[in-house]
Ligand binder design. Structure first.
Ligand code: TNX
Length: 553
């Protein structure tokens, strides 16, 4: 093993060493307590899953487990509500407070497996751990003939944080409904429970809004270019915008349902008033200047950032915060979004809004004078407060990037801290809820290894550093921190295989930081477990980065 000699034997480091242990303790994220004993339970074609008849949810989870087991083993496990069973699901009649809503216990003896929890979520996480205790071939996409043993073990487990998220940017590049589902399914395997869906940005509007058809007729499409970084561009005169796509209401309902069956809530993001060029391309009069010509500006395109070194950031046009028409537009958008997504929060973006157009526009200046708004940060705050009222009327809570702190937070708004953790510290200080997703450490578009084979971006986030990072700075009142998330921005990530490469294994590190107790974290042991999971990804034919073994950049 090269675990301790990582740098010395980087080039010949083994990736697939799972076979070395009969029963590798390779659970990610690490449980609160695990006690192995001699012996094993053997899963077979006659294994029966038992559920309690009064808990319909348990049957759905049992069906999920049976489905997963069927693919690799070929066994069609029976699910029963009474009589003999060898895998039994139990919902505690009286809640075990130590476990909370998402905790579970998993007891494996030679004869029986018992998963106990206070709720469906806990059972589901117990099932994920059980799947990780089976041999790696359980992840195979076709039937494997072998003995399927689970070690005798007693596990008690519950999460450290309630919000364990991953964000996928589907605006810079569109990903199919099938791929979004597979992304969500893999998240669930590592006990993530929030999928932040970055649905709109300058480069594409990806969600159907029935009352505003131009958003997807115009705003969802660009011209494919084989430019430096495979990023796309708006059409030049005479070109046909053929690259892109969007999700219909039906697609969204299907994905929401799919995620819920995996105990994942979806946080939809509509990024306004900046990062809105796709909306402005569709409805130009929403902007200050009606100018759609800079639909993908240098400021939001990495190739320009690193091209000739000259760039002006965030010069995209933005929505006009002084125009009532804009709020009518947002009311329509958020009505449909609120109807599609059951989660209590909606993300309204709020990041990196270029304010030059506001500052240079006489009409905007007159409006500010009338309203006693003295600077453009206050104007941005006025906008965010209006959005929060729109959302409140639809019974939704607002969350935004940490720029929403500037000029004053909207009442009750939660803050997603991305410019480090300081926005989160400030929001908690003001008694607002916080989700930590600090750049660059939790930004999965950062380089992770060999700079010669990875798309160049402005910083790096090595697996070891991601793993070592703790989302709670000393000075924060942690009661306001809901949890944290990793964000994958996709300016330079056009394909599913590249998404997987960027996300894994760093998402393992984030999963463990969100779920496991701080005292359970151990880098050396984590690396061994990561290797086991690489072997599982090989079985599942899912891509990942082996940058762990690259020389340091
Ligand atoms: C900043 S994070 C952005 C994104 C980019 C990302 C690239 C945030 C709120 N805005 O629009 O994709 O950096 O790392």
């Amino acid at each position: 093993r090269c675990v301790t000699l990582l740098l010395i034997c980087a080039s010949q480091a083994p990736v697939n060493t799972a076979a070395q242990h009969a029963f590798p303790n390779a659970i990610i994220p690490a449980p609160v307590s695990v006690a192995y004993q001699q012996g094993s339970f053997q899963l077979g074609s006659t294994t029966i899953i038992g559920v309690q008849v009064k808990h319909a949810e348990s049957s759905t989870i049992a069906a999920y487990l049976a489905d997963k087991i069927k693919v690799a083993t070929g066994f069609h496990l029976k699910i029963v509500t009474s009589g003999e069973s060898s895998i039994q699901f139990v919902i505690n009649p009286k809640a075990d407070t130590k476990l909370g809503r998402e905790g579970y216990t998993l007891h494996v003896t030679e004869k029986k497996i018992t998963v106990t929890a206070n709720s469906g979520a806990g059972l589901f996480y117990g099932v994920q751990t059980l799947l990780q205790l089976l041999p790696k071939e359980i992840e195979s996409t076709k039937v494997v003939s072998k003995a399927w043993h689970v070690p005798v073990v007693s596990i008690t487990d519950y999460p450290r944080f309630a919000w364990r998220g991953m964000m996928l940017d589907v605006s810079r590049h569109y990903f199919s409904k099938a791929y979004v589902k597979s992304f969500i399914d893999r998240m669930a395997r590592y006990k993530f429970n929030r999928f932040h869906w970055h649905l709109t940005d300058d480069q594409g509007w990806r969600v159907e809004i029935k009352s505003l058809p131009e958003l997807t007729r115009v705003g969802a499409w660009r011209v494919p270019r084989t430019g430096t970084f495979g990023d796309n561009a708006p059409p030049k005169p005479g070109e046909v915008a053929s690259d892109g796509g969007f999700y219909t209401h039906e697609d969204i309902k299907e994905i929401v349902q799919y995620a819920r069956q995996r105990y994942i809530e979806i946080l939809p993001e509509i990024d306004v008033p900046g990062h809105s060029m796709a909306a402005i391309a569709s409805y130009p009069s929403l902007s200050v200047t009606n100018d759609t010509s800079i639909r993908v500006s240098p400021g939001s395109d990495f190739s320009e950032w690193y091209g000739d070194g000259k760039f002006e950031m965030f010069v995209d046009n933005s929505l006009d915060p002084t125009d009532e028409k804009v709020y009518q537009f947002l009311d329509k958008v958020f009505s449909e979004i609120a109807g599609l997504f059951p989660f209590e929060y909606i993300h309204m973006g709020g990041d990196e809004c270029y304010k030059g157009y506001w500052e240079r526009d006489a009409g905007v200046q007159a409006f500010m004078k009338k309203k006693n708004i003295t600077n453009s940060h206050e104007l941005q705050s006025y906008f965010a407060k209006r959005v929060s009222k729109i959302l409140a009327a639809k019974k939704k809570k607002m969350i935004g990037w940490d720029e929403i702190l500037e000029g004053g937070l909207a009442p009750g708004a939660a803050v997603m801290s991305w410019r480090g953790t300081k926005g989160g510290v400030e929001a908690a200080h003001q008694k607002h809820s916080v989700v930590m997703s600090p750049a660059p450490i939790y930004y999965l578009d950062m380089m992770q290894g060999d700079a010669s084979i990875e798309p160049p971006v402005y910083s790096s986030a090595r697996l070891q550093d991601v793993y070592a990072f703790d989302i709670l700075p000393k000075e924060i009142d942690s009661t306001y921190v809901l949890g944290g998330q990793g964000n994958l921005w996709t300016e330079q990530v056009p394909t599913p295989a590249q998404v997987e490469y960027m996300v894994y294994p760093r998402a393992f590190a984030i999963a463990e930081s969100m779920w496991s107790q701080k005292s359970k974290k151990n880098w050396g042991n984590f690396v061994e477990r990561v290797e086991e999971h690489f072997a599982r990804f090989d079985e599942a034919k899912v891509n990942y980065a082996t940058s762990l073994y690259d020389p340091l950049i």
